[in-house]
Ligand binder design. Structure first.
Ligand code: NAG
Ligand code: NAG
Length: 481
């Protein structure tokens, strides 16, 4: 047996601090190759929920071919020890070669998102729309900036280029649905479609942190394809700057699920941060009644960022708030540094967008398609109005299942991702009834948001015949081929 490392919790905690403060070099200096004997070897890791060492048998050759295929598909190269990198993921129970390839592809793609946020973590501009809309207004969430930075830095360095010997992590990946949570990807009932993936910090069989990938995951697209599509000059800006169109990539599923692993985010026994889970928002939904919405996807996440209680601290406990912020920063970097502002953030109650103005009543005057790009309506009385679901691409829309939802209906994100440990924990549910008002938002940002709402209304009035496109995001300039 090749013993790679056996570290105590004390050593691990101090390494965590080291990683947070100084790991800006892409190549961990202490990487050592795994001893290979006939392609098969055994590794032992103590990065487990109870710090008890776990040994796993690995097939280095097979793992390497999965990683190499994934890198090739992305046009990426890996300049470290590829056998060491590839065997960070272990076991693949119930995954065939296709499944394993898709899992490695999503993993590799998620590094791009992580590297983007890592390069920016020390210089986040908290007044920029991306930070305000996903992480909360700086006048509210100032107390959690350091924690958010620490989570991002730790999360972003859990990728092979940053592996240092003592931090010898392994992630167990599975496709065989051990908790029986996967569903029917094309069910008409969103609740029966099951999640894309689900995660536990302790798999019953292996003792390792584990992610299970469900059928829905294997229908997600590659991040690069969406970016290429968005950069096509023929693409309507309404498509290009809508985060919903980039959302359900394999990269994002990975980015999200990794947030649930406690040693990835310096949480629980590993460091000072709170567990990063999926926050449940209990809300009084206009026309629906009391209901619970899980905070994933841009609209719910932008809603959560306006939650007025507890100094904005719920965003740092919510995986999609953090993973989506990172994704959006990456998308922006790929779209000529233009912020993808759709779907819109909620107008702040009181004076950011006047609810008594009939023009601002999106459901009344916008097409269902345009209305699906507006934000949640946060009313002064604590109620929430949900926009209709995005008719083209939403968190709940699987391209392989057309018509799974009637156009223009309202849907609530339900079980797309699961953190098995905290799924039902009341500590991660909030009464979503108190919202940041416009006076707490920077006036420059409010003007920007109002401008985006106006653009949406103007674009809505522009009729674009089929086969034609509107060349002017702020008005109407039809071009037909
Ligand atoms: C964090 O998650 C772990 C399981 O991963 C759980 O045991 C612990 O109680 C959670 N901590 C809090 C504060 O909820
Ligand atoms: C809150 O205000 C909205 C908008 O006026 C209204 O539709 C909703 O019914 C109100 N909710 C309650 C509980 O009064």
């Amino acid at each position: 047996m090749a013993l790679i490392s056996r570290f105590t919790f004390v050593a691990l905690a101090s390494l965590g601090a080291h990683v947070a403060h100084s790991l800006n070099i892409p190549n961990g200096p202490f990487r050592i190759p795994i001893p290979v004997k006939d392609d098969f070897t055994t590794v032992t890791t103590s990065i487990t929920s109870d710090q008890r060492p776990v040994s796993v048998d690995i097939d280095v050759k097979r793992a390497t071919s999965f990683l190499q295929t994934a890198l090739d598909a992305e046009g990426m190269t890996y300049d470290g020890d590829i056998g060491d990198a590839a065997t960070r993921l272990v076991r693949y129970d119930g995954c065939n070669n296709f499944d394993a390839n898709e899992i490695y592809k999503g993993w590799v793609q998620s590094w791009k998102i992580m590297n983007q946020v890592l390069s920016e973590a020390d210089n986040i501009n908290w007044n920029e729309a991306s930070a305000v809309e996903y992480l909360g207004p700086p006048g509210v969430n100032g107390g959690i900036h350091d924690s958010i930075r620490d989570i991002f830095k730790k999360w972003a360095t859990i990728q092979p280029g940053y592996v240092t010997t003592p931090f010898d992590w392994r992630i167990h990946v599975r496709c065989d649905d051990p908790s029986k949570r996967c569903g029917d990807a094309c069910s008409k009932d969103p609740k029966l479609r099951g999640p894309y993936a689900y995660t536990t910090n302790r798999d019953e069989e292996s003792g390792l942190a584990r992610i299970n990938f469900c059928p829905l995951y294997f229908g997600t697209f590659n991040l690069k394809d969406a970016i290429d599509y968005g950069n096509d000059p023929q693409m309507d800006p309404t498509w290009r700057y809508d985060v919903s169109n980039y959302l359900m990539s394999k990269a994002h599923v990975w980015a999200h699920e990794l947030m649930h692993i406690r040693w990835v985010t310096n949480s629980h026994i590993y460091g000072p941060n709170d567990n990063v889970t999926d926050i449940r928002m209990w809300a009084n939904l206009v026309g629906i009644g009391a209901g619970v919405v899980r905070a994933y996807g841009p609209q719910p996440v932008k809603g959560l960022a306006r939650y007025g209680k507890d100094g904005g601290s719920w965003v740092m406990r919510n995986a999609d708030s953090l993973a989506l912020y990172a994704l959006v920063r990456y998308i922006q970097s790929q779209l000529g540094n233009v912020y993808p502002h759709l779907p819109l953030a909620p107008a702040a109650p009181s004076n950011a967008w006047d609810p008594s103005n009939p023009e601002s009543d999106s459901v009344g005057t916008l097409s269902a398609d345009a209305a699906s790009r507006t934000g949640w309506k946060l009313y002064n009385n604590g109620s929430v109005g949900l926009p209709p679901i995005d008719t083209f691409a939403s968190l709940s829309h699987d391209p392989r299942c057309p018509g799974a939802f009637p156009l223009g209906t309202t849907s609530m994100s339900f079980g797309d991702f699961i953190d098995e440990e905290t799924e039902l924990d009341p500590a991660y549910a909030i009464e979503f009834d108190t919202f940041v008002t416009a006076d707490k938002l920077d006036q420059g940002y409010v003007d920007q948001l109002n401008g985006w709402y106006s653009d949406l209304y103007k674009a809505n009035q522009c009729v674009v015949p089929s086969g034609c496109i509107n060349m002017d995001p702020k008005g109407c300039d039809i071009a037909c081929t």
